[in-house]
Design a protein around this ligand. Structure first.
Ligand SMILES: [Zn+2]
Length: 273
């Protein structure tokens, strides 16, 4: 939830660009992999930056979001290039009355035909989170960080308790930033209704979820950069875990007692350790 004064359209486009560039820097977005969207519920005038308007069917009806504005990365656009000319790679969608359709605003120089094919998963999460928390802002990122995704190919990390007890043991910050741990969804076809449903469910109780053998989705109701931070915290934990596996598991990580002391000191409520 954000308090006024709300960020301007240009500020949000810049933050999406910076988040996209950073995700590429941490090897979480090769080629055109990954996508970003934000939802704002305060009034926005899109036509100053996105003068071309067309009508689209939304992937699902979102009647409670009538009048809300989305900024969504375009299909096939590279996250690392969003920052160069954000309006060439990002579209703006305002939800029409009734929530079945939207007005898609874009720039004359846009370099994509449609918004990301993962917009169905993004919209479902925005809708679920906004309806349950009544937040006026929500950001969602899909990225493909190498180490987290690699670990999702190793059967024992499919167990969420095992996954979290192993990944959240390497730095004090990890449990503080991800107190609910990292969610895990078994492999589902990209863009499928099955992935969409499992993703919404997992993100109710986690800030970030692994899509097995594919990547992650993270959310934030504060900023798009906060969502990107969550990808980075989880990916850094996976890097430590990978490092430990590749050195014959010589590291022990923080002990359960050490993590519990950290949680007591910083008032972190968690059920992992
Ligand atoms: Zn993907």
């Amino acid at each position: 939830m954000l308090e006024p004064p709300f960020p301007e359209l240009d500020d949000l486009l810049k933050m999406m660009g910076e988040a996209g560039r950073h995700l590429a820097e941490i090897e979480a977005s090769e080629g055109a992999a990954g996508n970003i969207s934000v939802c704002m519920r305060w009034p926005v005038e899109p036509r100053t930056r996105f003068p071309v308007a067309s009508q689209i069917e939304l992937p699902q009806p979102v009647p409670e979001l009538t009048g809300s504005t989305f900024l969504v990365s375009g299909s096939g656009r590279r996250l690392r290039e969003l920052i160069d000319t954000p309006t060439a790679s990002i579209a703006c969608i305002v939800v029409n009355e009734g929530g079945q359709t939207g007005t898609l605003y874009s720039a004359y120089h846009r370099r994509f035909e449609q918004v990301t094919s993962e917009f169905n998963s993004h919209l479902a999460v925005h809708y679920d989170q906004i309806c349950s928390s009544d937040t006026n802002f929500h950001a969602v990122i899909h990225a493909q960080p190498v180490h987290l995704t690699f670990l999702s190919h190793i059967p024992r990390y499919e167990d969420e308790a095992y996954l979290n007890r192993h990944l959240l043991r390497w730095q004090p910050e990890t449990i503080i930033n991800l107190p609910e741990g990292i969610g895990f969804i078994p492999f589902r076809l990209p863009g499928s209704p099955e992935l969409m449903a499992a993703n919404v469910e997992a993100l109710r109780s986690h800030r970030i979820v692994i899509w097995a053998k594919h990547g992650v989705m993270a959310r934030s109701d504060v900023s798009v950069k906060r969502a990107a931070d969550r990808v980075e915290y989880a990916e850094t934990a996976a890097k430590y875990e990978f490092l430990n596996l590749s050195t014959g598991e010589i590291g022990t990580g923080l002990s359960e007692a050490e993590i519990q002391t950290i949680c007591q000191t910083f008032n972190v409520e968690q059920t992992i350790f």
